[in-house]
Design a protein around this ligand. Sequence first.
Ligand code: ARG
Length: 459
Amino acid sequence: MAKVWSKRFDNTLNPFIEKFNASIGFDSKLILEDLDCSIAHAKMLGKTQVLSSSETLQIINGLETIKVEYLEGKFFPSPPAEDIHYCIEEKLISLIGATGKKLHTGRSRNDQVGTDIRLWLRKEIDNLEIIITDLQKSLLNLAKSNIYTLIPGYTHMQRAQPLSLAHHLLAYLEMFQRDRDRFKEVRSRVNTSPLGAAALAGTKIKIDRNFTALELGFEKIYKNSIDAVSDRDFCIEFVSASALLMSHLSKISEEIILWVTDEFSFAKLTDKCATGSSLMPQKKNPDVPELIRGKTGRVYGHLQALLTMVKGVPLAYNKDFQEDKEPIFDTAETISSCIQAMTILLNEGLEFNMKNLSNSVENDFSNATDLADYLVGKQVPFRTAYQVVGEMVKYCLERKILFKNLKIDEFKKFHPEFDEDVFVDLEPVNVVKSRTSEGGTGFSQVEKEVKNWQKKLLS
Ligand code: ARG
C-alpha cells in the first residue's frame, strides 16, 4: 500500500524498516479512543464550518460504521497500516471516498496520538479506582473479623510487640488509599487535551480546541502547543503511581508467603489459590503472591524505560515517543491483574491459623516494653526501667523461661516497685489493649478505624 507521503519520495521503504517503524502491532489497542478523537475533531470542523454539514455527517457516519464493524469483530486493524491513526484514516477513505481525506484537516498525528493515550489512560485509571476499592473492601472484611486476633509485630524481622491482626491489615488499607489518591491526582493531569496543537505550532485552520476538549470530557486544554505534543510526564506519573502500588502489593505478598510457611504457620492457603508441585507430593505453593511479587520488577522496569525515553529528547514530538505505549499498556494490564488476584486471595485464598497466632504471642518477650512501661507508671524513669527489663530478659533467656514464669519475689529482686498486678499487664491481650494512643493497635482505636473505613468504603 502506498504511503501517504509517497508523492514526496522516489523510493519505497525497506520492508524491514517498514516493520521496524510500525506501531500497529500494539497501538491498535487505541482504536476506540482514536475513533472518538476523530469524531470529536470532525464535529468541531463542522461547527467551525471548515467542513460542510454533509461532509461532517459522512465522516462521522463512516467513523461510527468502523466502530460497529470493530465491535462486531468484522474489522481488525492490521499491517500494512503503519499505525492505528493511518489505519482508521485509510479505512474511512475506503468507506466514504474522497470526503474521508478531509478528516485530518487542522491536526497532526502528534496531537492525535497524545489525545488517544490520554483517553485510554483516563479510562484505565477509572477502572483502577473501582478495583483498588474492592481490594480495600476485602482487607476491611478480614480486619473486621480479626480485631481481637493477635499477631506478633516485627521490626527488623525480629519479634517486636504484639498487634491486633486488624491493625496490621488496616495498614495496607491505608497504603492502597494513598495509591487511589495518587491515581486521582495523575488523572487530573491526564485529563488535559493536547488536541489542536497540531504538529507542534498550532494551525491556521479555524479550529475550536475547547469544543473538542468538552466533547471528549477533558477538563482543560494545554496552553502551549509545543508542550502539548512533547509532554509524556503523565505516562511517567501513571507508571510511577503504579510502581508504588506494586511495592505495596509485593509487601503484602511477601508477608503472606511467610505466613503460610511451616515455620510461621500463621495462615494456610485454601485450594482455590494454591498450586501443587510436579515432584513433591506434600507441597502447596503460594504462586499467587509470588507472581505478584515477581511482576513488581516488571512495572519498576517500565518506569525506568519511560524516564530514559524522555531524557534529553528535544522539543517537540520525536519518534522516541512511540515507545511510550507498550510500557503503559503492560503496566495497566499487570497492575490490574495483580490487584484482582490479591483481592481473590484475600477473599477466598487465605485461612488464618488462630491457634498458632495466639500461641505465638504467648511465648516470646514481645511484652518487654510493657514491663518497662509498668515501672514508668510507678514513676521509675524510662531509661532505668528499660535497663531493669533488659537484665530480666537476660535472666529469663539463661533459664529458658518467660516473664510470666517468674515468681513475684524474683520480680521484686529486679525492682521493688513490681507487684502482683504486673502479671495482668504481661498478658498479650492486655498489652495490645493498652496501646490506646491515636493510630495505635489498642482495640478501641482499631474498632474506631474499622468503623471509619466502613463509612468511607461501604456508604
Ligand atoms: N505511531 C506514532 C506514535 O505512536 C504516531 C505519531 C507519529 N507522528 C509522527 N510525526 N511520526 O508515536
